[in-house]
Design a protein around this ligand. Structure first.
Ligand code: GDP
Ligand code: IMO
Ligand code: MG
Length: 432
């Protein structure tokens, strides 16, 4: 047994939530280590849908502990709402089941206001953020002006920090972004009352993980967003403000790299993207619409229609390298059912030369032409397949092409949103 990291290999929404919920049955603890409530992770259990934005996707397993690491930015109002929604459905979220790192940074109303006002000011040049204040919150963390969960426990610290920050933020909002300023008192009161409810959950998550490992427990680390939204390695500036790659577990949860044994990359059988930014294999035709409709590709956080395109193995191979992937989990293979032909991008042509990795320059990327392998599609319903041999030969061939071109073995193939709609090939915990 070993500890497992799950990351997205594309531009997010690969189906990380489904896979984490599934793998959580073999773990003792599930940990989020970056991102915030820009994430929307969907779990479908016994036909019932749950969307986790901040709470780790292991929460539906009653005997598992869920931890929110220091690398996550936390909007306390969203966290409390998520906890209440789960409670209403009979899933108890007590401090025995959930801890929030005392070092996690807190999303404040001015972060959201700045995020929204900046996007509005950019007009057609906007990034298409989720508008949840994620970028501005990470900016404050790096600027060393952020408010951490531990500050919520000290009323005088909280008060001083909100006052100081508001002066600067209001100047920026009013004078530069031409937006409304925010008042101190309602923010302070709201955050103080939320702090009281959250206080018992605030803990030293790094130490909790360390102790659990010493006690022989198994940890599952749940990534948010996707590798190509990574602020360093993604399609900058059309990225999020954190590092969704596997290495972030160390900084975002407070564990050493020797504690990570297996890294599962989630690959959607095609590609989607929400928000603006380059997308070489995007389909702006009826095939794109077919995938969008069959895959119900609407954002789990903002409800926006997701852009759809063919599977891009340049993108996936970059993810293999950046994350050190030890296995791939393919999701939504069922969505491709019914297509006459399915294409897979296996390289790019840039100015007459073949390249195997995505260039950093957006101008160069815009000149890249995807090189496709054109494969036969399948018509059969595959959602009840329990083994690869149950799949039609064309679907098996599709998987073979992915496995050969990435040189990474599959741990599972998902053929529907439900927990049971899964072909299990290898338990990542057992192979590590
Ligand atoms: P995440 O952000 O990576 O957790 O992914 P999202 O939850 O945002 O989006 C994935 C969507 O696909 C959700 O609606 C899932 O319920 C759904 N899903 C996951 N796996 C499969 C699958 O194999 N087939 C189908 N049809 N839907 C799936
Ligand atoms: P999960 O965890 C898909 C995208 C936004 C936007 C860009 C920056 O569900 O896979 P931000 O609000 O982070 O500053 O927006 O990143 N984005 C996501 N796209 N899935 C996500 O999370 C995303 N989180 C952020 O759409 O393009
Ligand atoms: Mg999502």
């Amino acid at each position: 047994m070993g500890n497992v990291v799950v990351v997205g290999t594309q531009w997010g929404d690969e189906g990380k939530g489904k896979v984490v919920d599934l793998l959580a049955s073999s773990a003792d603890i599930v940990v989020r280590f970056q991102g915030g409530n820009n994430a929307g992770h969907t779990l479908v259990v016994n036909g019932e849908k749950t969307i986790c934005h901040l709470i780790p996707s292991g929460i539906l397993h009653e005997d598992k502990k869920c931890l929110i690491g220091n690398g996550v930015v936390v909007d306390p109002a969203v966290l409390l709402e998520e906890m209440n929604d789960l409670e209403k459905r009979g899933i108890s979220v007590t401090p025995e089941r959930l801890s929030l790192s005392e070092k996690a940074h807190i999303v404040m109303p001015y972060h959201k206001a700045i995020d929204l006002a900046r996007e509005a000011a950019k007009g057609s040049g906007k990034l298409g953020t989720t508008g949840r204040g994620i970028g501005p919150c990470y900016e404050d963390k790096v600027a060393r002006t952020g408010i951490r969960a531990v500050d919520l426990l000290e009323p005088d610290t909280l008060e001083a920090k909100i006052r100081t920050n508001l002066k600067e933020k209001n100047f920026y909002l009013e004078k530069f972004l031409k937006a409304e300023p925010l008042e101190f008192q309602p923010i302070y009161e709201k955050y103080s009352s939320m702090a009281e409810i959250l206080a018992p959950f605030i803990a030293d998550v790094s130490q909790e993980i360390d102790q659990a490992i010493k006690d022989g427990k198994t940890i599952l680390f749940e990534g948010a967003q996707g590798t190509h939204l990574d602020v360093d390695h993604g399609t900058y500036p059309f990225v999020t403000s954190s590092n969704p790659i596997s290495g972030t577990v160390c900084t975002g949860a407070g564990v050493g790299p020797d504690k990570l044994h297996h890294v599962v990359g989630i690959v959607k059988a095609y590609t989607t993207r929400v928000g603006a930014g380059p997308f070489p294999t995007e389909l702006l035709d009826e095939t794109g619409d077919y995938i969008q409709e069959r895959g119900a590709e609407f954002g789990a956080t903002t409800g926006r229609r997701r852009r759809c395109g063919w599977l891009d193995l340049v993108v996936v191979r970059d993810s293999v390298r950046l994350n050190g992937l030890t296995s791939l989990s393919i999701t939504k293979l069922d969505v491709l059912t019914g297509l006459e032909r399915v294409k897979v991008c296996v390289g790019y042509e840039l100015d007459g030369r073949r390249i195997e990795s995505r260039p950093a320059s957006l101008k160069k990327l815009a000149r890249c032409k995807p090189l496709y392998e054109d494969l036969p599609g399948w018509k059969e319903d595959i959602s009840s397949a329990k083994a690869v041999k149950d799949l039609p030969p064309q679907a098996r061939n599709y998987l073979k092409v992915i496995e050969e071109r990435t040189a990474v073995p599959f741990s599972l193939v998902s053929v529907g949103p439900g927990r049971e709609e899964t072909i299990k090939l290898k338990d990542p915990f057992e192979t590590s």
